[in-house]
Design a protein around this ligand. Structure first.
Ligand code: PLP
Length: 423
């Protein structure tokens, strides 16, 4: 492992806090940028101009704030977790994105981008989805503002995520099964981009996580940073003060970057992203991109990815579909490089055990993605007694019932997970 250059890291963090990243090339230090075909340059440039113009615009903010409050139900609750606290020897607080409309944080981004599309004069929206959660959020946001929505979804995912396909269609979206390539998320992204290139003015591409070419990682982070802003203010208002540590799960990295951003400047607050450790550390058995990956370009940005010795992008595995992605947003690669955020893994088994514990102790069924954050926090709490811990509860677990049916309560061999984590 390289020894971090702390003086340089501090200078880089200061630049981020001062708003100097992403820079003119759309980079966070070395990471990010826009690695897109020539045909897409006008579209991403136009989008960057739209973001710079509308995000700070008071009229736009008013529209967005109204939807966040009256349609999504923000601010979401900050819930103290007394029984988890007692079990872990910590003071545990949960930021409840599961209570946001459609059941997860993804809607914050979807409605923001749908309003941006409308402001930019687009007449239709395209999106892509793997597990279907982002497709559902996009379909709902498009219905809300009255724009047609086309969701590209790999044929294999259409088969295994039938309830979400129905939900998207009910919400008025056209779901297009993609039969090319790997017939999953990666092929769906290619199709959505192809559609966008055909008419970059009339069509808006609604991307679902803090990934992709500039300005998407920045745009998605700005739309999700409401999570951390609210949580920070709620903790202070409730008299708890700043947390010692903040935990969030990391797939593409949107709920985590949104939660972390308000705390980046608080040097005493430790930040932890938890990735999917899956079934083991061999390539293909997990989705722990930052923990096990290497630098490279995927979906328009230079970041950290999982690829093999021949440079082939790896198949990934996680019990949670929302973490099952071989890349991660470039700002996370940057935050790891400068040492501001630590990235850990939680195995499938640890996540399943943490999910059961959260249900039994607090009466909250978290998403399987979220359960990774709980598992990482619990392990850390036991090693660091007496800490105040804030956890991003990114979504609710009702969508996961079919998978949970294969793992009866109490069946998760958590010790196996902890052995795996220690290895
Ligand atoms: C999609 C999803 C995630 C992972 O995506 P990020 O962009 O990393 O936040 C996490 N939790 C839930 C509930 C999700 O639906």
């Amino acid at each position: 492992m390289a020894i971090p250059d702390t003086a340089n890291s501090k200078a880089l963090l200061d630049k981020l806090l001062a708003g100097e990243f992403p820079d003119g090339d759309g980079r966070f230090g070395a990471y990010g940028g826009r690695y897109v075909p020539e045909t897409l340059i006008p579209a991403v440039t136009r989008l960057a101009e739209g973001v710079a113009r509308f995000l700070p615009d008071p009229e736009f903010r008013k529209r967005l704030d109204d939807e966040l409050h009256n349609w999504i139900g923000r601010p979401t609750a900050l819930t103290h977790a007394p029984r988890l606290s007692a079990r872990w020897g910590a003071d545990v607080w949960l930021k409840r994105e599961d209570l946001a409309h459609t059941g997860a944080h993804k809607i914050n981004n979807a409605i923001g981008q749908a309003l941006l599309a409308q402001a930019l004069g687009a007449t239709r929206i395209v999106a892509e989805t793997g597990a279907g959660q982002h497709g559902v959020a996009s379909a709902a946001a498009c219905a809300r503002i009255g724009l047609p929505c086309v969701v590209y979804m790999g044929e294999i995912d259409v088969g295994r995520q039938a309830p979400n396909v129905d939900r998207m269609r009910r919400l008025g979206a056209e779901v297009v099964p993609v039969t090319s390539g790997d017939r999953t998320l990666r092929a769906a992204i290619d199709e959505a981009i192809r559609d966008w290139v055909a008419d970059p003015v009339g069509t808006y591409y609604l991307l679902g996580s803090a990934v992709g070419p500039h300005p998407y990682p920045y745009l998605v982070r700005e739309l999700q940073s409401i999570i951390g802003k609210e949580a920070r203010a709620q903790l202070i208002e409730r008299g708890a003060g700043l947390p010692d540590a903040v935990f969030a799960c990391v797939g593409g990295g949107s709920n985590s970057i949104g939660l972390f951003h308000s705390f980046l400047g608080d040097a005493q607050v430790r930040l932890f992203g938890v990735e999917a450790g899956g079934r083991g550390s061999a390539l293909g058995e997990h989705s722990a991109t930052l923990s096990a990956g290497n630098p490279g370009v995927l979906h328009g940005a230079y970041s950290i990815l999982l690829y093999d010795a021949d440079g082939q992008i790896q198949e990934t595995h996680s019990v949670s579909a929302g973490l099952d992605y071989p890349g991660v947003g470039p700002e996370h690669a940057f935050l790891k490089q400068i040492g501001r955020v630590d990235y850990l893994t939680a195995s499938d088994n640890e996540a399943l055990a943490a999910l059961d514990e959260c249900c039994a102790a607090e009466g909250i069924l978290p998403a399987l993605e979220t359960a990774h954050a709980l598992a990482g926090a619990r392990r850390w709490a036991r090693q660091n007694p007496g800490m105040r811990i804030l956890i991003g509860l990114s979504g609710r677990g009702d969508k996961d019932m079919p998978i949970l049916a294969q793992h009866p309560v109490g069946s998760a061999d958590e010790a196996a997970g902890e052995r795996h984590a220690a290895a």
